[in-house]
Design a protein around this ligand. Structure first.
Ligand SMILES: *[C@@H]1O[C@H](CO)[C@@H](O)[C@H](O)[C@H]1NC(C)=O
Ligand SMILES: *[C@@H]1O[C@H](CO)[C@@H](O)[C@H](O)[C@H]1NC(C)=O
Ligand SMILES: *[C@@H]1O[C@H](CO)[C@@H](O)[C@H](O)[C@H]1NC(C)=O
Ligand SMILES: *[C@@H]1O[C@H](CO)[C@@H](O)[C@H](O)[C@H]1NC(C)=O
Ligand SMILES: *[C@@H]1O[C@H](CO)[C@@H](O)[C@H](O)[C@H]1NC(C)=O
Ligand SMILES: *[C@@H]1O[C@H](CO)[C@@H](O)[C@H](O)[C@H]1NC(C)=O
Length: 933
């Protein structure tokens, strides 16, 4: 009997708990509020004032190491005084993936309070909703960012994107908007709150939930019109219009004036932006009749609504929605109508929302689904992996996930490169990898991947696959080697993997491969350098002659890459593993006879340039390829050594952004090098030479040239595990092919960076005046950072369109570096930007490039970024510029050419200036991987 009772008791208790649970659930579900107090100590707490239930954000970011206490300086802060700081060496974007209902409207509000003492250098970072960037958070200026949007999916990402500073967040609130009419007309837009004013509200008080069921926060005006006076509050007033969007508590108060009411907002974004203005009116005086209170509504001195009468429709409540384009300020003025109105204007509440069009589509949905699946497959064995930990939000936008590289094709982004090398990953290779249909390059090297290689689909676009240095087993599948586009396959140093390539490989012999031979690359590499370095020109011939057969291969290979012109890095290093391989694979240049060259150049008919090495002639090979032939001049003192140097280096170095060597000639004391002819000449010529007079380079092209050259140099700096230093980076050495792709030329001066134990390293300083690294000059110590300095000068040329040295200018403008520096430090970049670029660039993209340039020309090499960092920054700038251009294009296609120019102006918003006193450390810090704080 007792047992039975116990049993019933238990069921009762269970039922009670269950019911309680359901009650809580439905209470929460009914509202659908999500309120995250970042880093809060207790999991769930209720704000006593609003009864809003808050939770911590550990469900999104379990890591507590980024939690910081908000300093006491933040007054009247309700909630837990903590903020989450996102600062790791990896990752640029952190997203709260929030569950939403598709096509439902939401209000989202992020609060960014950090407190003065811990404020990370007046951090500047971006806030985006999915891929639409809506705001930049600058220290405590914009402590709150609120927007209204329509969910396009069953989840929405609220993302913080690293800018000059590391992002942080203290609160995040999501509120579903039921029956809201905000996004009725413009479905593809995000509305950012500029102002929401309870016009007659008391200073220091605000109205939100539960008075406003949507938890909008209504605040009294910040600078109320001093001549206006509050309308006597009328508690008894009732609204006889049922369709009211504003809480009664807000409408019950108002300001009025006998003649005119004015509300000025002057802190708006500059540039022509669109705003929606919502005005809410309730007649508080019951004795006023229709026609007795009539006024005109002006926005920025333009009459938008004449003779407005609240009572005109038979109700005592009326609202007005106006769209307006404004630049910097928005003034609302209500003026008593001239034709005999008895009472002056009244205003109860208004809102100003900035309209952000959805600028770009996100990543192609198929790619998103696959990469998310791939992430989940990888997570199974790599729970706490640092790289995967940063993968959140849209894979490509606004910045791509660590290790991904994306391209835009017909309006949407696709993933083209997956580089997970050296990411400490284990487990099997995720099969999803084969479903990334746009993937061209995969690098999984230097991980702990085990198991077999998955089967690839024949439709794959893969060009380069690197699986080296893992623990893979089995053999290379036929499906991989028979991929139609595959040009490079590396799988060395997988002890359990069979070196046997499938027979189909032989049919497809234009694949470069390391044959799976695991040899330590470093020493064998330098050994070869010594061999080649000491070999005379003649003895090289033997090695090279064998390589001629690979010329054909090379042409195929090159044609494949050039035709598409993808701006991505090709890991197409010709792997060298043994001396045999070296003979067969490393040299793909051709040995031309003197006669052949003379025919090709029509006996040196067309001189196209002169350099330290000698003269350069234009020619055409029998197969129609146009070439540039460098002929060593008899008087050249640097000849032989540079010739060998360049031959040695160039024959191994292959990169899309480096001018490849096609062949050479070494006959009758004549030394010549043959390169493909670059039909668009040099960057120098394009910037301020003859070509510039015909047509100036636009900014997006300049940016892509800068990025291309940076990628080429990055490749050199990390070539074969050692660093090759160019030593003569300058705009005349950056050539442009037919598609304006930048290729770095002239390796005549290049050198391997000195390594420990090297003796007899030549210390003579080389370079070109105007580009020379002052530290290298004074210490004679050569490092890759000398190239970085010169590259910085090239960036300044690209930005300003000026020569590095010009003694025909006033004395203080002789040196480009010395002239530009003070302007950059004072944030006056307009002074240095090439006048012909005016209005044609995205300010944020320009700023990124200017900052990179400034960091590069740091007098102390230690403060300069590496080329890898530079590429990363420029890629960001490129994406920003690209998005802006896409946006302009889309606007342009809507018609209306004047709109186009409006948008350009909108883009040239001067961003908040960097600290002028100490720009250098901050700038270099911005580029260097952030240090954990
Ligand atoms: C908070 O939770 C309580 C139940 O614990 C519920 O009654 C209340 O409606 C919730 N508040 C909100 C704003 O959802
Ligand atoms: C904090 O609250 C006090 C009194 O409630 C008020 O006087 C003060 O202006 C508030 N400070 C801020 C920054 O809102
Ligand atoms: C708005 O008013 C302010 C202050 O009176 C004024 O400086 C500004 O020029 C006005 N803006 C416009 C667009 O009329
Ligand atoms: C609503 O109130 C106004 C002013 O109090 C009055 O003039 C009007 O007749 C009322 N309308 C209705 C439908 O009750
Ligand atoms: C406001 O919207 C209307 C149509 O809804 C349009 O005709 C008008 O040009 C817009 N005005 C501005 C200033 O954008
Ligand atoms: C966000 O979460 C949903 C599940 O709620 C998941 O399906 C989706 O893939 C996530 N999105 C991203 C980009 O991680």
């Amino acid at each position: 009997m007792m047992e039975r009772l116990d049993h019933w008791m238990l069921i009762l208790v269970e039922c009670f708990l269950l019911c309680l649970f359901i009650v809580i659930q439905s209470a929460c579900a009914q509202k659908g509020f999500l309120s995250l107090d970042c880093c809060a100590d207790s999991i769930l707490f209720t704000d006593p004032k609003t009864a809003i239930n808050w939770t911590s954000d550990y469900g999104w970011f379990p890591d507590r190491s980024g939690c910081r206490k908000i300093s006491e300086a933040v007054e009247n802060y309700t909630g837990y005084p903590k903020a989450r700081l996102f600062s790791t060496n990896l990752g640029k974007k952190w997203c709260y993936n929030l569950t939403t209902i598709k096509d439902q409207d939401y209000l989202i509000r992020g609060t960014f309070l950090f407190g003065d003492s811990l404020d990370p250098l007046g951090a500047l970072f971006n806030v985006s909703i999915d891929v639409t960037t809506i705001s930049q958070v600058n220290s405590s200026d914009d402590a709150e960012v609120e927007a209204i949007f329509r969910a396009t999916n069953y989840y929405t990402n609220f993302c913080l994107v690293k800018g000059k500073g590391d992002p942080y967040i203290s609160k995040l609130e999501l509120r579903p908007l039921n029956d809201s009419e905000y996004i009725e007309r413009e479905t593809s837009s995000v509305l950012k709150k500029v102002s929401r004013v309870d016009v007659g509200g008391n200073i220091g008080e605000q109205i939100r939930y539960p008075e406003d069921p949507n938890d909008r926060i209504w605040q009294p005006p910040i600078n109320p019109d001093p001549t206006a006076y509050p309308y006597p509050t009328s508690a008894s007033i009732s609204i006889n219009n049922t369709n009211v969007a504003v809480p009664l508590q807000v409408l019950q108060t108002a300001l009025t004036h006998s003649a005119r009411l004015e509300f000025n907002h002057s802190n708006l974004d500059t540039g022509d932006n669109n705003y929606n203005v919502y005005l809410y009116f309730l007649e508080l005086n019951a004795s006023v009749q229709t026609g007795q209170r009539v006024f005109d509504i002006y926005i920025n001195d333009k009459k938008r609504v004449p003779n407005f009468d609240i009572l005109a429709n038979g109700f005592n409540y009326r609202e007005v929605v106006l769209n307006v384009t404004a630049n910097g300020s928005l003034n609302l003025t209500l003026v008593k109508a001239s034709n005999g109105s008895e009472f002056g204007p009244i205003c109860n509440a208004y809102e100003i929302l900035q309209v952000y069009p959805l600028m770009v589509q996100g990543t192609n949905q198929e790619d998103v689904d696959v990469i998310v699946a791939l992430k989940n497959e990888l997570l199974v064995n790599n729970q706490d992996n640092d790289v995967l930990g940063t993968w959140s939000g849209d894979p490509c936008l606004p910045v791509s996930w660590e290790g991904l590289f994306c391209q835009s094709t017909s309006g949407s982004y696709v993933i083209t490169t997956l580089d997970l090398s050296s990411s400490k990953l284990r487990g099997s290779i995720p099969p999803s990898i084969t479903e990334l249909t746009n993937l061209k390059e995969v690098n999984l090297s230097n991980n702990g991947f085990t198991g077999t290689i998955p089967a690839f689909q024949a439709s794959s676009m893969l060009i380069s696959v690197d699986l080296s240095h893992n623990d893979l087993s089995g053999s290379i599948p036929v499906s991989l080697t028979s991929l139609p586009h595959l040009a490079a396959l590396y799988f060395r140093c997988n002890p359990l993997l069979s070196n046997q390539l499938p027979s189909s490989f032989n049919d497809n012999s234009n694949i470069t491969t390391d044959n799976g031979k695991c040899v330590d690359q470093g020493p064998s590499r330098s050994a070869q350098v010594i061999v080649i370095g000491t070999a005379a020109c003649g003895s090289l011939l033997f090695t090279v002659a064998v390589g001629i057969i690979f010329f054909c291969f090379y042409k195929k290979y090159r044609g494949r890459f050039d035709r598409r012109g993808h701006p991505m890095t090709k890991n197409a290093v010709f792997a060298l593993s043994s001396m045999d391989d070296f003979v067969l694979k490393s040299i793909s240049v051709q040995n031309f006879t003197l006669e052949y060259i003379e025919t090709a150049t029509c006996k040196y008919k067309t001189l196209i340039g002169e350099g330290g090495f000698g003269s350069v002639y234009r020619g055409t090979l029998p197969d129609g390829q146009e070439v540039a032939v460098k002929v060593r001049s008899a008087t050249s003192t640097q000849g032989t050594r540079e010739f060998e140097n360049e031959l040695n280096l160039l024959s191994d170095i292959r990169h899309e952004n480096l001018v490849p060597l096609l062949g050479f000639c070494c006959e009758n004391d004549q030394q010549m090098l043959v390169y493909p002819f670059m039909s668009n000449g040099s960057l120098q010529d394009r910037l301020y030479g003859e070509a510039a007079k015909r047509k100036t380079l636009d900014w997006p092209t300049r940016l892509s040239i800068a990025l291309g050259a940076a990628r080429g140099l990055t490749y050199l700096h990390s070539f074969a595990g050692r660093c090759v230093i160019h030593r003569d980076v300058k705009s005349s050495n950056i050539l442009l092919d037919h598609s304006m792709c930048a290729k770095v030329a002239d390796f005549g001066f290049s050198k391997y960076a000195p390594q420990e134990g090297d003796s007899g390293v030549s210390l003579e300083v080389r370079g070109t005046a105007g580009y020379l690294d002052p530290e290298y000059y004074s210490t004679q110590h050569l490092s890759a950072k000398s190239d970085v300095f010169s590259y910085g000068v090239v960036l300044l040329e690209i930005i300003s369109g000026r020569e590095p040295l010009n003694i025909h200018r006033p004395r203080n403008e002789w040196s480009l570096v010395e002239w530009a520096k003070p302007y950059i430090r004072e944030s006056k970049i307009d002074e240095i930007v090439d006048p012909s670029l005016k209005g044609g660039y995205h300010a944020e993209a320009m700023w990124r490039v200017v900052e990179v340039a400034l960091a590069c020309i740091e007098p102390f090499s230690a403060y300069r970024p590496s080329m890898v960092d530079i590429v990363r920054e420029l890629e960001d700038a490129f994406i920003i510029e690209n998005n802006a251009s896409e946006y302009m294009k889309s606007i342009d296609s809507l018609g209306g050419s004047n709109r186009f120019s409006i948008v350009i102006e909108r883009k040239t918003v001067p961003p908040t200036t960097p600290t002028p006193t100490e720009p250098s450390p901050i700038t270099s810090q911005a580029l260097a991987p952030p240090q954990p704080r």
